[in-house]
Design a protein around this ligand. Structure first.
Ligand code: RTP
Ligand code: MG
Length: 138
């Protein structure tokens, strides 16, 4: 497994609930390294690029609106196999079904249909990571 880098976002719900530190602590405890970190007020153009794969899906517009609703913490995270590794730490997309022990399983609330409020984002492939890091860290 090679050293990789990935984009992690603590979404507006995670920042608003004061969970940024707890989430970053799990990343560091796992042995991954934070190599970039900032608080960002995203704009629509960035989010349209970030979520381009989801354009046209029913959850797309509510997702973009949610990501505009407050500050986001953006992090560059490096480590062996960190792309899949962070997604394991994050857990399943829907916090109502994410396993205990994961970020979404432990901290995610049952938001009913508001699946977008799942605390974190992590890139899903090396190609996505490079593309997304370009958007958030330019
Ligand atoms: P992420 O990209 O945020 O790391 O999460 P993911 O890969 O687990 O989920 P993805 O399928 O890429 O979806 C991106 C984000 O869209 C919201 N979502 N809502 N049915 C729905 O209402 C729905 N499905 C997805 C979530 O915020 C998800 O993280
Ligand atoms: Mg995704």
């Amino acid at each position: 497994m090679s050293t990789e880098r990935t984009l992690v976002l603590v979404k507006p719900d995670g920042v608003a609930r004061g969970l940024t530190g707890a989430i970053l602590a799990r990343i560091e405890a796992k042995g991954y390294t934070l190599t970039g970190l900032k608080l960002v007020d995203a704009d629509r153009a960035m989010l349209e690029q970030h979520y381009e794969e989801h354009v046209g899906k029913p959850f797309y517009e509510p997702l973009v609106e949610f990501m505009l609703s407050g500050p986001i913490v953006a992090a560059t995270v490096e480590g062996q196999g960190v792309i899949a590794g962070f997604r394991s730490l994050a857990g399943a997309t829907d916090p109502t079904t994410a396993a205990p022990g994961t970020i979404r399983g432990d901290f995610g609330r049952d938001w009913g249909l508001k699946v977008q409020q799942n605390l974190v984002h992590g890139s899903d492939s090396p190609e996505s990571a490079e593309r997304e890091l370009g958007i958030w860290f330019g």
